[in-house]
Design a protein around this ligand. Structure first.
Ligand code: FAD
Length: 259
């Protein structure tokens, strides 16, 4: 236990490793209280600070929901009411099924569908992809997460989605857009997580695992991959999608400045 607390800050961002507590479903269903957890964690002194901070986010999310009960459906920051979202059922389905062509996103979505769980780092990446690369409303992503997560929780889920979309309290700035390839390389460097959830990519060398669409055709052939058949081609080009998202954001800001 002490060892896990000590390693928490370092391990918590790597989805292939059991680096977090997995207490969220138990907190959600009231099987354990945050005070009990805080008390147990504090026995480890300052070593537990990073973990205790996460409990603080949970408290914050619950307070926000209490004071702003509209937020499961509407953005906390009013200017986002005018955001030009692009509803697209086909792309939403591809995201839900883990068929976007971006391995770290797809691995997360398949882990979620198969187990009811998704690692926090991958939740952030998958959410960012939906709202920024696909411009699909965060409410659609939040509804899917609530349906499928074993820890589906109105306060934490709303908070996580509004943070990802840039429209919540203390949100990630909208112009910070996760690059799913770089995130994959950084947080799943050996590809253990992606290979676990996307076995059809398992034989691809690490160099290409997070961007199979850039791999030389001989490498794909050797790994038994036919892009568009055994694994999808990317449903959007990330660089283009990023520009589109920034334009949408600029539109929203200019519009609210004029009002
Ligand atoms: C888009 C998105 C949606 C999310 N939806 C949910 C949800 O429906 N239910 C849910 O419980 N969490 C949600 N989270 C927050 C976080 O991903 C989970 O709480 C965490 O992954 C649970 O794993 P753990 O218990 O091992 O966390 P640990 O890292 O061990 O953290 C301990 C506890 O702190 C709390 N906590 C940790 N991170 C957060 C956070 N970012 N916000 C609020 N509380 C946090 C949780 O209660 C967690 O059990 C979401 C995050 C994002 C980005």
């Amino acid at each position: 236990m002490a060892q896990r607390v000590a390693r928490y800050e370092k391990d918590r961002d790597f989805p292939a490793e059991p680096g977090t507590s997995r207490l969220s479903p138990h907190l959600h269903f009231g099987e354990i209280s945050p005070r009990q957890i805080l008390h147990a964690a504090r026995k480890h002194g300052k070593m537990a600070d990073a973990f205790v901070r996460q409990l603080g986010w949970r408290e914050f999310a619950h307070h926000l929901l209490h004071h702003f009960p509209r937020t499961p459906h509407r953005p906390l920051r009013g200017e986002f009411e005018a955001f030009p979202w692009a509803r697209d059922r086909q792309r939403l389905k591809a995201w839900q099924k883990g068929l976007t062509g971006y391995p770290i996103v797809d691995a997360g979505m398949r882990e979620l569908w198969t187990t009811g769980w998704m690692h926090n780092r991958v939740r952030m990446i998958a959410a960012s992809f939906l709202v920024k690369d696909l411009l699909i409303p965060w409410q659609d992503g939040a509804a899917w997460f609530r349906d499928t997560l074993v820890d589906g929780d109105l306060a934490n889920n709303t908070f996580g989605w509004q943070w990802s979309a840039g429209c919540g309290a203390d949100a990630a700035p909208y112009f910070r857009i996760f690059n799913p390839v770089l995130q994959g390389r950084k947080f799943d460097p050996g590809g253990k997580y992606v290979r676990r959830w996307i076995p059809e990519l398992a034989a691809l060398p690490d160099r290409w695992l997070h961007e199979p669409f850039e791999a030389p055709s001989g490498t794909l052939q050797q790994a038994g991959i036919k892009l568009g058949e055994t694994y999808p081609k990317p449903i959007v080009n990330h660089d283009e999608a990023r520009d589109r998202a920034l334009e949408a954001y600029a539109f929203t800001r200019n519009r609210s400045a004029r009002l």
